[in-house]
Design a protein around this ligand. Structure first.
Ligand code: HEM
Length: 309
C-alpha cells in the first residue's frame, strides 16, 4: 500500500499534469544562487547554532515558483513563491530553511494537504476544479477557509523574486548557550522592499521573467534579505501554521543573506536538496504536523529526481 507521502506526491502530479521527469513535485521552476550569510550580534544571544555565531557562512539558495507544473508562466496569479537556503557549515554539515511567500499555510495536517490537493484537481471535462468537491472540502476544513483571506492577497506575481518576503510559517525553538528556549517563526525580509507587478504588466510579462530578472539583478549587485525571528508570546500556537500570531510580537534581526552569483540551471538528476527539518544544535523542531510530514513527502520527490539522473 502506498504511504500517505506517496499519495500526496501522486495527487500533486494529478494537479499539475505530472510527473514531470527529473523535476520537483512542487516548486518545479526556479533559479539557484550562491552567496553568504552573516549573523547579527543579537543572534548568538538567542541561539548557539553555528550559522548564527556571527562568522560569514557560505550559502546556496533557490528561489522558485510554487507550482509543480514547470510550464506555468512566472506571472501566474495564484502561485506562491519559495526561498530555500542551505548554510554550509564545513565538512558534510549544513542546515536549511525552506520558506514561502504566503503568510499562513492553508492546511494543518498531511491528511488535510492530501484532501485539499485532491479537491483542486481539475475536472477533465471543464479543465477547472469541481466546485462541489472544493465546497465539500472547505465544509470539512474550516481552518482552510479561515486562512485563505490572508493567503490570497499574497499570491499576486512580484516584480522580482527579490521583492517578496518569505516565511517559515512553522515555529522552531532557538536554544541559547545555557539551554534556554525561545520559540520563533522566521521571515526573510527583502532589502528591496515588497513590490508586486502592476496589474497592467501581468499579461505581457515574459513566461520566465522572474528567472531573467534575477539573473540581471544579481549581475548588477548583491540581492539581500534580512533574516528576522518573530518571538512567540504567551498562548501563541507552536503547532498550527494556519493560525497567525498577534502583530505586536517582538522581532529580532538574526542576520543578512547576500546572494551574489547565479549558478547554472539545474538539470534532471541534479541533487540540490533543501529540507526544513535539516537542523543543527541550537535550533529545534516544533510538533507541527505539517513540518514533520514535509521531510517524508520531499523524500518521495527527491528519490524520483535522483532516479531520473
Ligand atoms: C504537508 C505539506 C507540504 C508538502 C506535502 C510539501 C511537498 C513538497 C515537495 C514534494 C517538494 C519537492 C521536494 C524536492 O523534490 O526537493 C517541496 C518543495 C518545497 N516546499 Fe513544500 N510541502 C509542504 C509544505 C510546505 C511549506 C509549509 C512550505 C514553506 C513554509 C513549503 C515550501 C517549499 C519550498 C520553498 C520548496 C522548494 C524547495 C527547493 O527549492 O528545493 N512547503 N514541497
Amino acid at each position: 500500500m502506498a504511504s500517505i507521502y506517496e499519495e500526496i506526491v501522486a495527487s500533486l502530479d494529478e494537479l499539475t499534469g505530472g510527473p514531470h521527469e527529473g523535476l520537483r513535485a512542487v516548486h518545479a521552476r526556479g533559479s539557484v544562487c550562491k552567496g553568504t550569510f552573516r549573523a547579527s550580534p543579537e543572534a548568538a544571544g538567542l541561539s548557539r547554532a553555528a550559522h548564527l555565531a556571527g562568522d560569514e557562512v557560505p550559502v546556496t539558495a533557490r528561489l522558485s515558483n510554487g507550482s509543480g507544473n514547470p510550464h506555468l508562466p512566472d506571472g501566474d496569479r495564484l502561485d506562491g513563491r519559495g526561498l530555500a537556503v542551505k548554510w554550509h557549515l564545513g565538512g558534510d554539515e549544513s542546515t536549511d530553511s525552506v520558506t514561502v511567500s504566503i503568510p499562513l499555510f492553508f492546511v494543518n495536517t498531511p491528511e488535510g494537504f492530501l484532501e485539499f490537493t485532491r479537491a483542486r484537481v481539475p475536472d477533465p471535462e471543464t479543465g477547472m476544479p469541481n466546485p462541489e468537491k472544493l465546497g465539500e472540502y472547505l465544509g470539512n476544513h474550516p481552518e482552510t477557509g479561515a486562512a485563505l483571506p490572508a493567503i490570497l492577497p499574497a499570491l499576486g506575481p512580484p516584480v522580482s523574486y527579490a521583492t517578496l518576503a518569505y516565511n517559515s510559517l512553522h515555529a522552531f525553538a532557538l536554544v541559547d548557550a545555557d539551554g534556554e528556549r525561545r520559540w520563533a517563526r522566521f521571515t526573510w525580509e527583502p532589502e528591496a522592499g515588497v513590490e508586486r507587478l502592476p496589474e497592467d504588466e501581468i499579461e505581457s510579462a515574459a513566461d520566465d521573467y522572474l528567472q531573467t530578472e534575477l539573473a540581471d539583478r544579481i549581475a548588477a549587485g548583491p540581492v539581500r534579505f534580512a533574516y528576522v525571528a518573530t518571538l512567540a508570546g504567551e498562548g501563541d500556537t507552536l503547532e498550527d501554521p494556519t493560525l497567525p500570531w498577534p502583530e505586536d510580537r517582538e522581532r529580532v534581526e538574526l542576520g543578512t543573506l547576500e546572494l551574489t552569483e547565479l549558478l547554472p540551471a539545474e538539470r534532471a538528476g541534479d541533487v540540490y536538496v533543501f529540507d526544513p527539518t535539516n537542523l543543527v544544535d541550537g535550533i529545534e523542531l516544533s510538533d507541527d504536523k505539517i513540518l514533520n510530514a514535509r521531510t517524508h513527502a520531499y523524500s518521495v520527490s527527491i528519490d524520483r529526481r535522483l532516479a531520473a539522473g
